[in-house]
Design a protein around this ligand. Structure first.
Ligand SMILES: [Zn+2]
Length: 453
């Protein structure tokens, strides 16, 4: 009896222990399930601007959980906010928001070779050859320290200094090499004709220029005999200090005495826009377009009235204007050299030479002598207020005419705004120069000057 009672008591105790273990286990499981990991975030987080940062970077410690792996991109300087997801062991997710400061503490990046070669007398900014970037992507101040002479060959030690918007500085030492790899330019006649036995200085009208701006003396290569008729193929030769050589072919024509020398000078010039300007018998032209301005004059004997092409183009234009109810007429068309002498002198007497030069051409320099130019209707500024002027502005180019001296181009054409002066250049070029009403001048288009020597 005693023994059986004892056994029963023991069983009861066992059941209590087991069930309480089970209960504790269940509670623990429940606790774990609802439990979120303990996360300790870093304080005063600073991130460099324009950098990618992993979310792990924001956390200093985490217990019983995992940070979702993500990248934050700090685009601009200031305050940033990042959402960070934390996962518990049971996969429960909680979102935290972390604030951080984005700063720019790095100086700009200066990207350049250690030795930078620049052509002598280059007008390009040296800094243009150096790539400077900053992680803030904002403006950078940059400058060069150290002396160098852009007009003198040599090696110069310079320092490039750059500063970003947040005052972070960086610098780079560079050797600036001023070099000359450009060959000289030879400007000369491509054909010279002389009578047999005539002494001639073949270098007289040869102009050699070089980007080094040094004085280069050209020479003539090839054999010729001024006492023997014939066509001699010769070369002009020029060499600069750096050894860059240039040659230009020309022909010396030695002809029989008393035979007419028809083409005395036949010169070609490359314009700044790469066009070839030809001077033949004293008349300059580019691609067949005759040039008459303050740089390129005409021989006194040139011209005899409006060219037939100009006349017929004008008549067509006049008819079209008439159909629109407008009257356009020529007030001054062709003017010979002699006429221009009188015109110019009278203006000089009235306004003085320097003022007259702004609107009246010196003899030989007038476009009216080409037979391609004309002054229409009223020859004064008031013409700009008329319907006829407005019509010409919109339609003249269709007939091959351009407004030759537009507004605000005096420093280019050499002449004041002349609303009345039109010039025939042909329909295709006229359309280009019309430029939808924003006139381009002949000088700008071809890359030539208009200045009295
Ligand atoms: Zn005119």
């Amino acid at each position: 009896m005693k023994k059986g009672k004892k056994k029963k008591k023991l069983n009861k105790k066992k059941i209590i222990i087991i069930s309480s273990f089970i209960t504790i286990f269940i509670i623990l499981l429940l606790l774990l399930f609802f439990f979120m990991p303990i996360v300790v975030f870093k304080k005063d987080i600073v991130v460099e601007v324009n950098s990618h940062v992993k979310t792990n970077y924001f956390v200093s410690n985490i217990f019983l959980g995992k940070i979702e792996d993500k990248e934050i991109y700090a685009e601009t300087v200031g305050q940033g906010k990042a959402n960070i997801q934390v996962k518990s062991l049971f996969g429960r997710v909680k979102n935290y928001q972390v604030t951080y400061t984005v700063k720019d503490t790095k100086g700009p990046d200066i990207e350049s070779k250690d030795t930078l070669e620049i052509e002598i007398n280059s007008t390009d900014d040296v800094l243009k050859n150096i790539k400077i970037t900053d992680n803030s992507k904002l403006d950078i101040e940059s400058k060069i320290e150290g002396d160098y002479k852009i007009n003198e060959l040599g090696d110069y030690k310079i320092k490039v200094i750059a500063k970003d918007k947040y005052n972070n500085k960086s610098s780079k030492d560079i050797v600036l090499k001023i070099i000359d790899t450009t060959k000289p330019q030879i400007e000369a006649s491509s054909e010279i004709t002389i009578n047999v036995g005539t002494k001639i200085d073949l270098l007289k009208n040869v102009k050699v220029t070089d980007n080094s701006k040094e004085n280069i003396k050209p020479s003539v290569q090839g054999k010729y005999d001024i006492n023997k008729t014939g066509n001699y193929k010769l070369k002009y030769y020029a060499k600069d200090k750096s050894g860059n050589e240039a040659t230009k072919d020309f022909t010396l024509k030695v002809i029989k005495k008393n035979q007419d020398i028809k083409e005395t000078v036949n010169k070609t010039i490359k314009t700044s826009k790469g066009y070839t300007l030809i001077i033949k018998n004293g008349v300059a032209s580019i691609d067949g377009v005759i040039i008459a301005n303050k740089t390129y004059s005409l021989p006194s004997t040139y011209g005899n009235g409006l060219t037939s092409t100009t006349s017929s183009a004008f008549k067509k234009m006049q008819t079209a204007a008439k159909n629109d109810g407008l009257s356009i007429y020529i007030s001054s068309g062709f003017r010979s050299y002699q006429t221009q002498v009188a015109v110019y002198n009278s203006w000089v007497q009235k306004d003085g030479k320097s003022v007259a030069d702004t609107y009246s051409a010196r003899p030989g320099y007038s476009e009216h002598q080409t037979g391609l130019a004309m002054d229409l209707n009223t020859i004064n500024q008031s013409f700009a207020n008329t319907k006829e002027y407005k019509w010409l502005q919109e339609n003249a180019y269709k007939y091959g005419f351009i407004m030759r001296y537009p507004k605000n181009k005096q420093n280019i054409t050499g002449y004041i705004y002349e609303p009345w002066h039109y010039r025939y250049v042909g329909e295709s070029l006229a359309k280009t120069l019309y430029n939808n009403g924003n006139w381009i001048t002949i000088e700008e288009h071809f890359g030539i000057d208009s200045k009295y020597q």
